[in-house]
Design a binder for this molecule. Sequence first.
Ligand code: KE4
Length: 422
Amino acid sequence: MSYFSDAREVIAGGVNSPVRAFAGVGGEPVFFHSASGARVQSEDGREYIDYVGSWGPMILGHAHPEVIETVIETARDGLSFGAPCVLETRIAEKVCAMLPSVDKVRMVSSGTEATMSAIRLARGHTGRDKIVKFEGCYHGHSDSLLIKAGSGALTLGVPSSPGVPAGLAEHTITLSFNDIDGVRSAFAELGDQIACVIVEPIAGNMNMVKPVAGFLEALREECTGAGALLIFDEVMTGFRVARGCAQSLYGVEPDITTLGKVIGGGMPAAAYCGRGDVMASIAPDGPVYQAGTLSGNPVAMAAGLKTLELIDNDEFWTALSATTQSLVDGLAAAAEETGVPVAVENEGGMFGLVFTDRDRVSTFDDVAAADVDRFKRFFHGMLDEGIYLAPSAFEAGFVSAAHGAAEIDQTISAARKVMATL
Ligand code: KE4
């Protein structure tokens, strides 16, 4: 008997999201029982320093007392109304205040819903069918986007999933991330048929890959020139890499932004948002339909709003970025001391670690060529040392405000020990 074998009896694959199944690292997944701050406790009584943070939402740390308190207070007044409530207005006001590119917001319940709806909005608003995405970027599991995708699809080796009709897939143009010439060629050939480009401004689903100089600017220029919409999928980078999201770091304004994870504070909430004239195309104002029973759920709104309120100050970001930097510097030093070639990356509360002899990974091919077997050994070695990393070589890592010097020191000490065995 194991928690996983029990789960597999009644849950497809034993998990409710594939990347959790440890298929990317081998072995059986750890079943969590509880979490607090930077640490999680497993059902079998172990404690780990957590660098997954529910894949990004837990930027304040797990079970933050103010977030928990507001969830309890809000829940006491009812869980869901299916009618407007003022909390929805408040969080939309907060997102608009934090993102200059956003005039209007539509809340949904998952990042997949947000990107799926943003694609439909772009197609409806422009009257065009083709979309552009980038290999290795993951935007959730809607049909048009599950083509050469990253994250779990890449981890499991099914980046283009069965079940997506060829007639739909043919409208998705997949280019190489950071390939400016490829973008310009695609627009030269098909520009007037392209409804939108969707991109993770910092890719976090093929480990962590930053845009090269001019890449995001080229997307902006080509979209504007062709009358296509630029969608920044900031479900992961949103309020994770900077107070103003990735778009504030690169000075490129998208037409639509998708958000998730942090804006739910650990509860199911996500959003698509952007230019008022574009968002005016969404029902009930416009003809593009999208709906959701639990969209804007008051409890999720309360958790997300409290989270945004607590991170909306420069001191938070200065401290979080410093903690992440100290982690990444320590990992790089441990690798140097043990002669293990790695490339590291970080921004705000997000980091990447790739086992490669390249100084930096800039393309999907760079990441695909990394030493996945060495990562698997590193993952399990760190797990044995009480450090919980993302169970995939193709995922980014996340630091919270609850990670302090003690957690970083313990992590670096473990990394030095484990890397020496690789
Ligand atoms: P969800 O549907 O999982 O809420 O969001 C989909 C999504 C959209 N866009 C980006 C940039 C994302 O990173 C995600 C989801 N991220 C993965 C982790 N890489 C979620 C973890 C999982 O699939 O279980």
